[in-house]
Ligand binder design. Structure first.
Ligand code: ACO
Length: 327
């Protein structure tokens, strides 16, 4: 059996902090509303000129350094993102050039906030088939560039950031990705989408005037899907591995909203001490959320070698996914 073992992890968030109080000067909102409905206190915002590939490359550089591999060892680069630098070339090709990963193939994966787990799943399967030994998996998003700062129902939720892991083929023991589980359900564009800028609605004066290049979301409808699907996909992973909830050392859920995290943890019988939360610092960074959390959990000592970690996420599509990793 070949396992995809995590041998490096890293993350990067822009320096600029946007607090709830600052948002009160932009839209009609309050720190009390944002904190009580979402748990978010602040988020990071990229300065002008910084791109998703910059964030991805910074996170990846740290992960590669920790892995001890050389840049030329990386055979595949996957970037989960919905905010690529441009429609093409892919952000992963731009990261390849920035980091000199000259022996790698590279492509992006668009799966909303599930982008990192989808990418991890693709990478794990390439490793399990023996095709590649060393893969760089990145989740990075710059949601501030597609956030409408006149819409108080969305602009308080999102932030910028990214994280990365380096996977290596491990045949020595059962350490690494134990399983991944992916699901999709099209037909929910009305709940979460960004309509403008693609083949359906190329950019035009009208699309810009109608603010069609920003995220549109029906939060309360999405909330219901989130809690139910995240619970189901976490249970699927636990059952698939013949585990019980109490066997999991750390649950690292997608960081979108503390109420979704707490409701899911409660349904799964996870005490909050076993749940990693940093949504208060970064808001929802989409594909960046889980690898940033994994990096912080690892570097703060909450995630140690041999621990069982459960991750899950839901995002636009809808897509939702989970994985259990023996760290
Ligand atoms: N400040 C003050 N009031 C606000 C704000 C705000 N920023 N935003 C909305 N309100 C008001 C609304 O206008 C509404 O007022 P009304 O009752 O007078 O009409 C009221 O607050 C309640 O609005 P709801 O949308 O029903 O509030 P809810 O409790 O559902 O919380 C929230 C909204 C935080 C968006 C929640 O639904 C949520 O987190 N949903 C999931 C969103 C999510 O996870 N998205 C990401 C997953 S996918 C991805 O990551 C891309």
């Amino acid at each position: 059996m070949i396992y995809s073992k995590v041998i490096g992890v890293g993350s990067y968030v822009p320096e600029r902090v946007l607090t709830n109080d600052e948002l009160c000067g932009i839209v009609d909102t309050s720190d009390e509303w944002i904190t009580s409905r979402t748990g978010i206190k602040e988020r990071r915002i990229a300065e002008e000129g910084l791109t998703t590939s910059d964030i991805a490359a910074e996170a990846a550089k740290k992960a590669i350094k920790l892995s001890g591999l050389n840049p030329e060892d990386i055979e595949l680069i996957l970037v989960g993102t919905i905010t690529p630098d441009m429609i093409f070339p892919s952000t992963s090709c731009i990261v390849q050039e920035k980091l000199g990963l000259k022996n790698a193939a590279a492509f992006d994966i668009s799966a909303g906030c599930s982008g990192f787990i989808y990418s991890l799943s693709v990478a794990d399967n390439f490793i399990k088939t023996g095709k590649y030994k060393h893969i760089l998996v990145i989740g990075a998003d710059l949601l501030s560039r597609i956030t409408d700062y006149t819409d108080r129902s969305t602009c308080v939720l999102f932030g910028d950031g990214g994280g990365a892991v380096v996977l290596t083929a491990n045949t020595e023991n059962a350490r690494g990705v134990l399983s991944t589980h992916m699901h999709s359900e099209g037909g929910h564009d009305d709940i979460l989408m960004l309509k403008g800028g693609g083949s359906l609605m190329p950019a035009s004066l009208e699309s810009v005037n109608n603010r069609e290049h920003y995220i549109k979301m029906k939060g309360s409808e999405l909330f219901r899907y989130a809690v139910n699907y995240l619970k189901a996909v976490a249970e699927e992973a636990i059952k698939f591995n013949n585990l019980k909830a109490e066997d999991i050392d750390l649950f690292v859920p997608h960081q979108a909203n503390i109420r979704i995290i707490e409701a899911t943890a409660k349904k799964l019988n996870f005490p909050m001490e076993k749940v990693f939360v940093n949504v208060e610092k970064y808001g929802n960074t989409s594909s960046g959320s889980i690898p940033i959390a994994l990096d912080e959990a690892y570097k703060s000592g909450r995630l140690r070698e041999g621990n069982l970690v459960l991750i899950d996420a839901i995002g636009a599509g809808l897509t939702w996914a989970s994985s259990i990793i023996r760290w």
